[in-house]
Design a protein around this ligand. Sequence first.
Ligand SMILES: Cc1cc2nc3c(=O)[nH]c(=O)nc-3n(C[C@H](O)[C@H](O)[C@H](O)COP(=O)(O)OP(=O)(O)OC[C@H]3O[C@@H](n4cnc5c(N)ncnc54)[C@H](O)[C@@H]3O)c2cc1C
Length: 278
Amino acid sequence: MTFASGPPASSPAGPQASRLRSGAAAGRRRASRRDGSVPFIILALLLLTTSAFAQQSSITINDDLASWWRTGRMGLQYLLFKSGPLAVAAGHAAAFVRTRPESKRPDAQLYFINFSSAERGGKLHAHSGFTTSVSQCQVESRGSVHLRSADPAAPPSIRYNYLATENDRRVMVDGLKLLRRIADTPPMRDYVLDEYLPGPKVQSDADWLAFCRESGSTVFHPSSTCRMGTVVDERLRVKGVSGLRVIDASVMPSVPSGNINAAVLAVAEKGADLVRAR
Ligand SMILES: Cc1cc2nc3c(=O)[nH]c(=O)nc-3n(C[C@H](O)[C@H](O)[C@H](O)COP(=O)(O)OP(=O)(O)OC[C@H]3O[C@@H](n4cnc5c(N)ncnc54)[C@H](O)[C@@H]3O)c2cc1C
């Protein structure tokens, strides 16, 4: 599904608007075999409080975990039938969107996560809530991974350099505004009580950008630190080193626009064929 963004039809932050947390993206904790620039991705999250308490019903996984019998039911459902909330990945839904109608292709990915917590991997909020987030596709900013010494055990020097270009900043700000707009549009609006993070104090583009810089965190899709053409050749052999191949996400010549696991599997299948054919 593709959305086109634009100015909100009404005030973007009414009493039912959502809450946002922002985040910056991913770098690989692995030094490339030579110095070079590395592309990274940006991620930002939106947290919302739902009306579940008012309705005395379960809307999000926060609600299920707030009740011992719902928690038990959820566990049993999974154990007995391999179904229910525990059988679903954290990201229940995603959309690739154009943040501006004139964009030729989607430039942002939106995520919907049916729970909320103060920190990633942390305890869920006691109140009902869910999270939405945005990450940019085709990121222009480039970070770097440099060797710091000849000691192979020494950690590399990693510079993320997020939000370094005007376009990257613009896409993230527009993506966050789009999340708020969706949360304030039926049928989502009917389920939203309040924006928990960042809340209505964030209104201007400068506010959004500051929020993105402060609250951004990485997403789990590092790639391209041993990119094909620079570090490895087209048969995934490390240039200048005989008998060594790299077959993983790091050989991708450019950062994929979406989640990368399918592309990693394709690299692995092709790499296995190349090794066998050697
Ligand atoms: C929490 C999380 C959630 C994710 N969710 C999604 C998702 O929903 N969708 C999606 O598409 N992608 C997702 N990803 C990304 C995807 O899982 C990764 O991009 C992918 O697994 C990368 O594959 P890889 O082979 O490059 O590296 P890895 O999967 O990290 O494999 C590297 C392997 O090398 C081994 N290893 C490391 N060091 C050594 C050593 N010195 N000697 C021998 N072996 C070693 C490790 O044990 C590991 O098995 C997620 C990643 C994480 C961390």
